[in-house]
Design a protein around this ligand. Structure first.
Ligand code: 5AD
Ligand code: SF4
Length: 463
């Protein structure tokens, strides 16, 4: 088990002459992705690196020689799932001792060599800034039987030059910055993903245009802290404008933002350009200023609400969503009630809600975890139920109205239905009506519940 230093590997360019595709099982790679959208985008980058080096990306775990798990560390249960998965992979490895198993992503960065215990099935451990080393570490493993580890974080790596291998479809991920410098006290991301760095604006805008030419109709610009994007003198609003102009028909979204960096200029830019979606995900985490201070979120609820009011005023018909953590250290019933009050005031269209999970190394780890599990669960149920009612109320406001919907494919629940999304990121189901995938159609909404809108495609003569 040796960390292979930079000087030891063969430059990637050396491999580019290898065939891009072959039927050789030994060159087949299967990546399983867990966690956030950033990980899904990273998997496409990993597939791009491996494809360039003569590996075939496979959808089938059984005929693959290399299995990688792209992992998440954000909460304890995310890591627990990976340990369970590794146990299952043990059986596969027993049947095929040559099988290569790798852990990549945040868990690799957090636990490093700890994932390579004697009994462990893991052969490779690569952190999020080390994916270029995959081919050489695999070669070294095959040739010399040495397990490989590479977990250095970088201040510059953006994989700018790597062409991701994406699944064909209508919507694409595009990562524009990596890392996070915020160090919220509960969060492990600054430790697993390192410092903030951004791709160049021109390269991103060109990629958006290329995605449009390839048939994608909806792109989400990604970053752990996307609105602190900075390249030369350009900020995130400049980037959005450049992308909007590069592909004026492409729907452009972004995630995830921090309230501290959400500028008026950004809100005005979204309002000005039609193809910048009227949808903002702005994690609030808690409704209590005392808890926000302990979380080191760097804003007060009053400031957050003033941003929300600016957004609602400047972008009519905007959809809003948020993240909320319940049961953070010292959270009282009063703090919890403030979160419920905030939710009632903002009326989010949607929310991602989590029980606080203490993470080693973070500041909050030392604050203790004094809210008992039962209380955390009850508070989580409270906010989930409240949000369900609010989402339903908001979705019912769409009844009878007509929306532009980009159709993304056949509904998972019925092959007689299609699904798509509104500009505001609401999922819409319509009856199958020829091959509409990839098209923007007018849909009249007839029915709505807390999660989904149901409607019918309206033809131009009905308008
Ligand atoms: N426990 C629970 N939720 C967390 N998040 C981040 N760290 C933790 C943690 N330790 C949530 C935050 C963040 C989202 C991506 O995950 O709400 O916005
Ligand atoms: Fe974590 Fe805070 Fe950075 Fe988001 S902004 S990734 S919650 S440290």
């Amino acid at each position: 088990m040796k960390d292979i230093g930079l000087e030891k590997y063969i430059p990637i360019e050396t491999f580019t002459e290898l065939p891009r595709s072959n039927n050789n099982t030994a060159r087949k790679l299967y990546v399983e992705t867990y966690g956030c959208q950033m990980n899904f985008a990273d998997t496409e980058i990993v597939n791009g690196i491996m494809g360039k080096n003569g590996y075939d990306v496979s959808e089938n775990i059984d005929d693959s020689a290399i299995i990688l798990l792209n992992t998440c560390s954000i909460r304890e249960n995310a890591e627990y799932r990976i340990y369970q998965r590794l146990n299952e992979l043990k059986k596969l490895k027993k049947q095929n001792p040559k099988l290569i198993v790798g852990i990549i992503g945040c868990m690799a960065e957090r636990l490093k060599r700890g994932l390579m215990t004697k009994k462990s099935v893991v052969d490779l451990v690569l952190g999020p800034d080390e994916y270029r080393k995959l081919p050489s570490l695999i070669d070294n493993l095959v040739d010399n039987g040495e397990k490989g580890i590479a977990v250095r974080l970088s201040r510059v790596e953006t994989y700018d030059d790597i062409i991701p291998i994406r699944k064909e479809g209508v919507s694409a991920w595009l990562s524009v910055m990596r890392g996070c410098d915020k160090f919220c006290t509960y969060c492990v991301v600054p430790y697993t993903r390192g410092r903030e760095r951004s791709r160049e604006m021109e390269g991103v805008a060109k990629e958006v245009k290329k995605l449009w030419d390839e048939g994608f109709r909806d792109v989400t610009l990604l970053g752990q802290n996307v609105n602190s994007y900075s390249s030369g003198s350009n900020d995130f609003a400049d980037l959005l404008k450049a992308c909007s102009l590069a592909a004026p028909e492409m729907r452009i979204r972004f995630t995830t933002s921090h309230p501290h960096d959400l500028s008026l200029k950004l809100i005005e830019t979204i309002a000005e350009y039609d193809n910048l979606c009227n949808y903002i995900h702005l994690p609030v985490q808690s409704g209590s200023n005392r808890i926000l201070d302990l979380m080191k979120r760097e804003y007060t609820i009053e400031h957050y609400l003033s941003i929300m009011n600016d957004i609602k005023r400047i972008i009519p018909d905007v959809s809003l969503s948020t993240d909320i953590i319940t049961g953070f250290c010292t959270e009282t019933e009063e703090d919890h009630k403030m979160t419920l009050d905030l939710m009632k005031e903002v009326k989010y269209d949607g929310a991602y809600m989590f029980k606080y999970s203490p993470r080693e190394k973070t500041k909050a780890w030392d604050m203790g975890d004094d809210v008992d599990e039962e209380t955390k669960t009850r508070r989580l149920v409270d906010i989930v139920e409240l949000q369900r009612d609010i989402s339903e109320e908001k979705n019912k406001e769409t009844l009878g109205k007509i929306y532009d919907v980009v159709i993304e494919g056949v509904s998972k629940k019925s092959d007689k239905m299609l699904f798509g999304r509104t500009d505001g990121n609401k999922t819409v189901i319509v009856p199958m009506n020829g091959s509409l995938t990839g098209q923007k159609v007018k849909v009249k909404i007839n029915r709505a519940n807390s999660a989904t809108l149901f409607g019918e495609v309206i033809h131009s003569n009905q308008l």
